[in-house]
Write a new protein. Structure first.
Length: 292
């Protein structure tokens, strides 16, 4: 596969108001996979968050988050399923369309759900085409290294940028559980083969989930496409977290790699209780909330 980067020098200070850096840039046009390649060349680190709805996405867009993933983690974080396995392509299309509508600058990546690409490259292309045409995403993501090579190749040949995802691949929870991947020499070699395979297939970036920090650092050094870590240590080019985890909205246990930046569960619960007490006690609405 021909790559986007490498050969010719890349620049992203264009007259159309594009940003100098992915985060903190002043640009207003939507970020592209080409901008992502520039960031790797410059050694620039960047943040990615998941989003599942237009309003939340607009908050992150205004905060300058350059890349948003409409993750199939919507399964357990938005739709009330136990895992990501039951999520359908119809659901991902609807959620992705909402996130695209709520944003103007971020690159929106739509996660292909379980069962929408495993049959082969043709099924993958059909599914990815729906996310691009019906939802308007700028790229799609799918799980698997060597095993997804042919799917990635056909999507990229067809003009759809692909973010790959290796290490812990949650759609395979029934086969592998939620366990650290790449521990031991053999597993480390497999992870390196997977990383090179998705790069060779033309992926513009690769998520490394729950792999030892030293191995993630090695993959990041070896690849010319950016690595996006989640539970993969500090050396990856980018970091991603599930938004409900990092804002303290997810109920129950969260993975140990999560850093919690707010406690929305407490904020929202307290607000709901205050409203309920106002209603029950007759202190809401007041005259200022009424029409005459
Ligand atoms: N809320 C949420 N956050 C996520 O990061 C996330 C999802 N959901 N759903 C889709 C996948 C599944 N992910 C998971 C799920 C569980 C673990 C977990 O239980 N990890 C253990 C470590 C296991 C080990 O040491 O082998 C942990 O305590 O972090 C990790 C990632 C990441 N993704
Ligand atoms: C955890 C990220 C990488 C993901 O795939 C998701 O949110 O679905
Ligand atoms: Mg996912």
């Amino acid at each position: 596969m021909t790559q986007l980067s490498a050969a010719q020098p890349l620049r992203n200070s264009t007259p159309d108001g594009s940003s100098k850096t992915l985060y903190g840039g002043k640009g207003t046009r939507r970020i592209t996979v080409r901008d992502i390649a520039v960031a790797k060349e410059r050694g620039e680190k960047w943040p990615m968050l998941t989003a599942y709805d237009a309003m939340t996405a607009s908050v992150f867009d205004e905060a300058g988050i350059p890349v948003m993933l409409v993750g199939d983690s919507a399964g357990n974080c938005h739709l009330g399923y136990e895992t990501t396995v039951p999520v359908t392509l119809d659901e991902m299309t609807m959620l992705s369309a909402a996130v695209v509508r709520g944003t103007s600058r971020a690159l929106i990546v739509g996660d292909l759900p379980f069962g929408s690409y495993q049959e082969g490259p043709v099924q993958a292309l059909r599914s990815a085409t729906r996310l691009v045409k019906e939802a308007g995403v700028g790229a799609v993501k799918l799980e698997g290294g060597e095993r997804s090579h042919r799917q990635i190749e056909l999507l990229v040949e067809s003009g759809i940028p692909v973010m790959a995802h290796i290490g812990l691949t949650p759609q395979s929870v029934n086969a592998m559980g939620y366990r650290v991947q790449g521990r031991g020499e053999e597993a480390a070699q497999q992870l390196l083969r997977d990383a090179k395979s998705v790069q060779d297939a033309g992926a513009f970036a690769v998520v490394l989930e729950l792999v030892p920090a030293e191995l993630a650092a090695e993959v990041t050094r070896v690849l010319h496409i950016p690595t996006v870590g989640i539970g993969a240590g500090p050396e990856t080019d980018a970091q991603v977290l599930v938004w409900t985890d990092m804002l303290g909205l997810t109920g129950g246990r969260v993975p140990k790699f999560v850093k919690q930046y707010a406690n929305l569960r407490e904020v929202m619960g307290n607000a709901a209780k205050a409203f309920a007490e106002d209603v029950v006690g007759g202190t809401f609405p007041q005259d200022e909330h009424s029409v005459h």
